[in-house]
Ligand binder design. Structure first.
Ligand code: CP
Length: 333
């Protein structure tokens, strides 16, 4: 992990004590870049400790509650957050726009103010990233981005925990991200790789390449962490030296109307045996799921010996637990 000079020992957080983050933790988790490299390393250490002892952190937050506002479908994020809350001794309240007065004219700001008096954290999956930011500006409790159009930080934490488990350490690892590089998964993975000193090659069709501002920011980060970020339109070039190949869905949830066009544009960006023939034999494969089998990834790769996808999905739970525990205990002071 990058820069672990802190004395933090996550195993000492048993019985509800906060991890020794010494004020480095953010008030909210809206994007990966909210965590500096040290905070990110601490979050991953705590995730691993919570995975080893899932019920060891119940005392501090027992009796608390989180809200889960989901404006888009979700399996992994919704369930992992709810179970994580339960494992921490809290309850999770599932909320939708239609269920709440939010769907009947009440503002996000008024909703956030009121929910803050009942809840210890608000998790939200929505469309515009600005909505998550506005919620965080008003809420008196931590806001956790459970996916916006631009960022998916909870996913990236599970990605990094999975790679740490497999490789032992993240700095210097070489990863290839194949597919839509303008989406939330790539944006967050880009920030995660930069913060941990990984070498990332992003392969996407022209005009689906990374956002220039985000790319510039990641390049400033790797100047301090020792990683690198490069882009290409050629998937075979991207995977050639990659220890990790990350497959991404072609059609994001907010763009179903682009399905036909994207199927044509992304046809060469499928992670299958043909593409992996250009990679190292021991390269591992990630996918955030849900997978569209036969589109961005084939079943033989998804279910094959190089796939870490199911471990990656399982790691959504301990990482959700670490995020909830850290942000809530830090905010309480
Ligand atoms: N990867 C992910 O966020 O899955 P869900 O959409 O099922 O939550």
């Amino acid at each position: 992990m990058t820069d672990t000079t802190t004395t933090a020992d996550p195993t000492r957080a048993t019985a509800g004590a906060a991890p020794a983050a010494h004020g480095r933790m953010p008030d909210n988790l809206l994007r990966v870049a909210d965590l500096d490299p040290t905070a990110l390393a601490l979050m991953l250490e705590l995730s691993a400790a919570m995975k080893a002892e899932p019920l060891g952190w119940r005392a501090g937050l027992a009796g608390g509650a989180i809200g889960c506002i989901f404006e888009k479908p979700s399996t992994r994020t919704r369930v992992s957050l709810a179970v994580a809350a339960h494992r921490l001794g809290m309850t999770a309240v599932s909320l939708t726009r239609e269920d709440m007065q939010l769907g009947h004219g009440e503002t996000w700001a008024d909703t956030a103010r009121v929910l803050s008096s009942y809840l210890d954290a608000i998790t939200v999956r929505t469309f515009e990233h600005r909505t998550v930011e506005q919620l965080a500006e008003v809420a008196a409790v931590p806001v956790i981005n459970a996916l916006s159009n631009d960022h998916h930080p909870c996913q990236s934490l599970a990605d990094l925990l999975t790679l740490t488990e497999h490789f032992g350490a993240l700095p210097g690892l070489t990863a290839a991200f194949i597919g839509d590089a303008r989406g939330n998964t790539c944006n967050s993975f880009l920030e995660a790789c930069a913060a941990t000193g990984m070498h990332l090659v992003v392969a996407s069709p022209a005009s689906y390449d990374p956002d220039p501002e985000l790319l510039a920011s990641a390049r400033r980060t790797v100047a301090t962490t020792g990683g690198s970020v490069t882009t290409t339109t050629e998937p075979a070039d991207a995977v050639r030296d990659a220890q990790v190949v990350y497959a991404e869905v072609w059609v994001p949830m907010d763009k179903p109307h682009e399905a036909h066009e994207r199927a044509e544009r992304f046809a060469r960006h499928r992670v299958d045996h043909e593409l992996l023939a250009h990679a190292r034999p021991d390269t591992v494969v990630l996918h955030c799921l849900p997978a569209m089998r036969g589109q961005e990834i084939t079943s033989d790769v998804l279910d094959g010996p190089n796939s870490l996808v199911w471990q990656q999905a399982a790691n959504r739970l301990p990482t959700a637990q670490a995020v909830l525990h850290t942000l809530i205990t830090e905010r309480r002071g």
